[in-house]
Design a protein. Structure first.
Length: 82
């Protein structure tokens, strides 16, 4: 059986084309033991005023539907100089 990390990575892979169609992308940063998934948005999604809605209503909703043990999806903090 796949680990939680592997299942989340697979589900994000399934979501990725939706974001890429709008010029963006998503990166899985962390899956915490409490079920909180941290992601980073790239391309057109980075800094988009609708990013929070994309995370909650798009990414989180789809991940929680596919993987019920996911508690939440949050944007990871940006790293300076990257």
């Amino acid at each position: 059986m796949a680990t939680l990390q592997e299942r989340v990575a697979q589900a994000i892979g399934d979501i990725r084309p939706m974001l890429q169609a709008d010029g963006g992308d998503i990166e899985l940063v962390e899956v915490a033991s409490d079920g909180v998934v941290k992601v980073r948005l790239h391309g057109a999604c980075r800094g988009c005023p609708h990013a929070a809605m994309t995370i909650k209503r798009g990414v989180e909703a789809r991940l929680r539907e596919a993987i019920p043990e996911i508690a939440a999806v949050e944007l990871a903090k940006e790293v300076e100089g990257v």
